[in-house]
Ligand binder design. Structure first.
Ligand SMILES: [Fe+2]
Length: 233
């Protein structure tokens, strides 16, 4: 890995460093500054709503492509070195991203969002160079391509209570659908969404160390007895 990192221009590789603020106090302080700055600029007190804030660093060789996908968190992608093309779609448009795709994503299918040629006219393209960044809303489909030289990008990843609750509603909907019901998607009734999300919130870890912990720890605990029984069989 060290060789790939040191010779990024020609090693045709990429390195993803997760949660660097947990490893270095300077990064932790910088992350705090970023959260404060985003709070001030957005006019929302993010700290009241945050369940997780992390730095992820992407180092990639020229021409590297991250295929079309969605993420749970809201991200602020900041370009440090090299250039990057980011193609981004509106996560609220159900003609682009269907309810079923989101539901499958939240039950563990990381490539649930499917790229189609007919989505191209609806894409927004951002050409990042050092000093520029782009905001990716939660679940916004996107793909990313590194330019002609090696690239370093820092992503500020934020999970907050609203989107975590929504993710848990999708998980409960999946279970209800498997039971033969036709649950309504999240966003139609705050009361119903609140009730649906409770089991996953109760079962989930109280000290998440990653977005996966935030989203999936409750579902995994719920599924654990089933997996255990299958293993015994
Ligand atoms: Fe992503």
């Amino acid at each position: 890995m060290a060789a790939a990192f040191l010779d990024l221009e020609s090693s045709n590789s990429w390195v993803k460093l997760n949660n660097v603020a947990d490893l270095d106090a300077d990064y932790a302080a910088l992350l705090d500054e970023c959260v404060d700055e985003i709070s001030n600029l957005s006019g929302r007190d993010l700290r009241r709503h945050l369940t997780l804030a992390q730095f992820t660093v992407f180092c990639s060789s020229p021409g590297s492509v991250t295929p079309y996908h969605i993420d749970h968190e809201t991200n602020f992608l900041c370009q440090i070195a090299g250039e990057k093309e980011v193609c981004l779609w509106d996560p609220r448009d159900r003609g682009i991203l269907s309810e079923r795709e989101i539901e499958r994503f939240y039950t563990g299918e990381i490539n649930a969002a499917r790229y189609r040629e007919d989505l191209e006219p609806k894409a927004r393209r951002f050409d990042l160079r050092p000093g520029l960044g782009v905001h990716q809303p939660p679940n916004a489909p996107h793909w990313v391509r590194t330019g002609a030289s090696a690239s370093i990008t820092v992503s500020v990843n934020l999970s907050h209570k609203d989107i975590d609750r929504r993710a848990h509603v999708y998980q409960v909907n999946h279970l209800l659908r498997k039971a033969g019901l036709s649950p309504r998607p999240p966003g139609q009734s705050a009361w119903v969404d609140g009730v649906k999300s409770l089991p996953m919130s109760w079962l989930g870890t109280s000290k998440p160390r990653s977005a996966d912990d935030v989203v999936f720890s409750g579902l995994e605990r719920l599924r654990a007895p089933w997996y255990w029984l299958r293993g015994v069989k």
